[in-house]
Design a protein around this ligand. Sequence first.
Ligand SMILES: Cc1ncc(C[n+]2csc(CCOP(=O)(O)OP(=O)(O)O)c2C)c(N)n1
Ligand SMILES: [Mg+2]
Length: 325
Amino acid sequence: MAKKISNTFTNKELLGFYEKMFLIRKFEEKAGQLYGAGKIGGFCHLYIGQEAVVTGILSSIQSEDTVVTSYRDHGHILARGVDPKYVMAELTGRKDGISKGKGGSMHMFSKANRFYGGHGIVGAQVPIGVGLAFAHKYRNEKKISRVYVGDGAMSNGQVFEAFNLASLWNLPVLFIIENNRYGMGTAVNRSAAGKDLYERATVFGIKGEKINGMDFFEVSQAAIRARDHIYENSKPYVIEMDTYRYRGHSMSDPATYRTKDEVSEMKSNDPLLSMKNKLLKDFKVKQDEILDIETNIKKQIKEVEKFSLESPLPELNELFTEVYL
Ligand SMILES: Cc1ncc(C[n+]2csc(CCOP(=O)(O)OP(=O)(O)O)c2C)c(N)n1
Ligand SMILES: [Mg+2]
């Protein structure tokens, strides 16, 4: 049975998760602005709309657990607790960036925070995440590897090879399918046969489910169910998140392949708004407490912007470090 979320978290903890969602949203809006102003170069994939997924999963994570995802990674590294100023400085290509300004939007990384990227090759993070799970098991660690994968990547062959090994070797891994309904401009029903994407993992004997990924509470409950299943059975688990990205695939995508009505219908289920409403109504949180959080984050984002524009460019000799020559 699913644990009741109200019994699991205090109001203070729930406000902490709301704060994280709000931080990710405001960070991404600022990144979009800075990109438009020419301050960020290269690719930039925003996470706006999907915040309930990463925050709900976060509610089930221990600090030593490992996480790996694709190039849509800003929200993920923020969720792992990396200071947003180092993430923004990475976007602006500066010395203080979390990858020393050399990785950019797609290659965020923080071993200290157990965040293993940030991967530009579609699907490549899945075998990496299974490798992390193998390491946890081999070393007898009580850790879980969380592996995020997009709906587009779910047709990539190496993903199935990774599912096979994860199940065969009973590895402690949670696969999180972020089905935001599009892989670049292609709707999922135009690229993927069959019914639900998570069934592509269940055929390998991995237990799983599909849930509403726009709702923090639903995601959190499923994440806790998954964690308990992995701990109790020493077997992998898969959750498919029904979610949505509000912006185009990347900054150069005007997203003409979908209707305005579809976008506004999805926005009416906004994950931040629905969490805020539930906190006020069901948990009797005070409006002022939420306002305080929002005001502080807005202030923090201004400081983050300043830091990311004032940090120096990397030294020239950085061109030859951390690369295979
Ligand atoms: C192996 C490989 N093939 C193609 C691409 C080009 N590409 C970049 S993103 C993308 C779509 C992936 O969509 P999805 O997995 O749904 O992730 P989302 O962008 O929706 O988060 C493609 C095809 C790539 N980067 N790597
Ligand atoms: Mg997608």
